[in-house]
Write a protein that binds this ligand. Structure first.
Ligand code: HEM
Length: 500
């Protein structure tokens, strides 16, 4: 069987002859490339083969092919390629998200699921999330009262980052205070940007030695972001160590009050090392921190943009909130299950604006057959979640339209934002490498949106530009900066305002 028989594009480049030309084209196309990839599948068939420099790659937006890759042959496609940016930023693949499939990945993922993301632990942080929702409302209120435009991505980024910091580090503002949160937010965004770059050096090895160091400097930027994040993470670890030593606590005594960093500090290392080494700890901390923060904030920003662009949709969500929650208190996490229309908005956002448009790239661990085609070992796999959500054969002719009503069940049953086993909407991936933070991510998005819609009226001073910037995260090309209107306080509640 021939790889080139798969529908689509196959090009092999004589490397030495036209390296520079290829390099220039690759660079120019880098930003556009992911967008182009998004449309390959619909133009060339359900499974598209690409030859990217020296690398075999396939992409798909078809539920049947996705099922084959992520469910039936999940074991075989569950590794990650070694990309320059991911390798450098993940302490040489010592993390969870970019680690190749193997015992180290298994062990770290288990640690994360069993110590950070258990249902019990997640529920025990509900009070903290309520406090963070209050801070979010205060923040927006302060700006609304001064007539300032709200930088939605910034306020939502701070909300998610603080929630994650509480679960991960056991406290809210990291180190120096809110300014450090802003700096960290910018750093995590830069991290995502770098991870999402189509870096020519991943496909043309000579690029790394002949072009990048002299003309582009991508790897220098990666090293710089990596160093700055490392300083922050090392500081957090050192502070935790000092706190444990100061209290002279043993593992047993520390017990229930431990945050995730404490757990990592108490874990044995590999090959009979007494403790896990700092680099591995930092890699896991960075994974969870970055994976949780930007993705949730990006999804919430898209939902806000869609709602503000379409006032009838916003009004319908607000009427539901008034009916379910009333006008004398903030939205609680326990209300979220009764907010069917809001849940449809979030589900529709995940369909049409999945925060990870290509999930994270996977790599086949050995040669296999897929839908009748031969796929060599080490083929790179891009699951096109973005095009999957807009696939007209699945979603009908209005697939490009943001229409939350499409998810409302006729019988009034509760809307499930995520359905077990579903592959047509894939914000968190599926199979072995599925996002372990799906419940936490969805709850943060629902909670932030519910309170922002409930507490404020929103209007944009000008037409909202819905252009998408493709990268690891699918963010808005132009940040959303609407006005939030506020006035009265909720009943006896000390903080939020609403002019509604
Ligand atoms: C709306 C929020 C979120 C979205 C949209 C999201 C999306 C994703 C996606 C698409 C992947 C790749 C899945 C694949 O390759 O098949 C992923 C992986 C991952 N996510 Fe999330 N995520 C979110 C929140 C979170 C949270 C809250 C955490 C943890 C605190 C988290 C931790 C991770 C980790 C550790 C991985 C790597 C999994 C592995 O490779 O084994 N994510 N996420």
């Amino acid at each position: 069987m021939e790889t080139a028989n798969i529908g689509g594009i196959s090009f092999s480049i004589p490397l030495v002859l036209i390296l520079m030309l290829m390099a220039t084209l690759l660079l120019r196309a880098a930003e556009k490339r992911r967008r182009d990839l998004a449309y390959f599948s619909s133009s060339y068939g359900p499974l598209v083969y690409l030859r990217l420099g020296a690398v075999d790659a396939i992409t798909t937006d078809d539920p049947a092919v996705v099922r084959e890759i992520l469910v039936r042959q999940d074991d075989l496609f569950a590794s990650r390629p070694k990309l320059v940016s991911a390798f450098q930023l993940s302490y040489g693949g010592r993390d969870i998200a970019f680690a190749p499939m193997g015992p180290q990945w298994k062990r770290l993922r288990r640690t994360c699921v069993e110590h950070l993301l258990t249902t019990r632990r997640f529920e025990s942080f509900a009070g903290n999330r309520a406090l963070e929702a209050l801070h979010l409302m205060r923040d927006v209120r302060g700006k609304a009262c001064k007539g300032e435009m709200i930088d939605v991505s910034q306020v939502l980024g701070a909300f998610t980052m603080n929630n994650v910091a509480r679960m991960l580090l056991g406290r809210r503002y990291l180190g120096a205070g809110p300014a450090e949160v802003d700096e960290l937010l910018n750093l995590t965004r830069e991290l995502f940007r770098l991870l999402g770059l189509v870096y020519p050096g991943d496909y043309l090895p000579l690029w790394r030695w002949l072009v990048d160091p002299f003309f582009v400097g991508t790897e220098k930027k990666i090293r710089d972001v990596s160093r700055r994040l490392d300083e922050f993470l090392q500081r957090v670890i050192d502070e935790h160590r000092q706190a444990i030593e100061a209290k002279n606590l043993t593992d047993g005594e520390y017990g229930a009050n431990r945050d995730f960093v404490d757990v990592l500090l108490s874990m044995p290392g590999e090959e009979e090392e007494e403790r896990m080494d700092d680099r591995k700890m930092k890699a896991i901390m960075l994974d969870t921190f970055a994976a949780a923060t930007d993705t949730s904030a990006v999804a919430s920003e898209w939902a806000m943009a869609e709602a503000i662009k379409n006032p009838e949709l916003l009004q319908r969500a607000q009427e539901e909130l008034d009916r379910v929650v009333g006008r004398d208190r903030m939205v609680r996490e326990s209300d979220l299950g009764d907010l069917n229309y809001l849940r449809c908005i979030v589900r529709e956002t995940f369909r049409i604006h999945p925060p990870g448009p290509f999930l994270l790239p996977r790599e086949s661990m050995k040669a296999t057959e897929l839908m009748g085609y031969h796929i060599p070992a080490k083929t790179r796999v891009f699951i096109n979640a973005h095009a999957l959500g807009r696939n007209k054969s699945v979603w009908g002719d209005d697939a490009d339209e943001f229409r939350p009503e499409r998810h409302l069940p006729a019988d009034g049953e509760r809307v499930e934002v995520l359905r077990t086993g579903e592959l047509e909407i894939l914000p968190f991936g599926a199979g072995k490498r599925k996002c372990p933070g799906a419940t936490m991510g969805t709850t943060m998005v629902l909670l932030a949106l519910a309170n922002l819609f409930h507490g404020f009226d929103w209007e944009a001073p000008e037409e909202i530009d819905m252009e998408e910037a493709f990268g690891s995260a699918l963010r808005k090309a132009k940040p959303l900066r609407p006005a939030g209107h506020g006035g009265a306080t909720f009943g006896g509640f000390p903080v939020p305002v609403t002019g509604r």
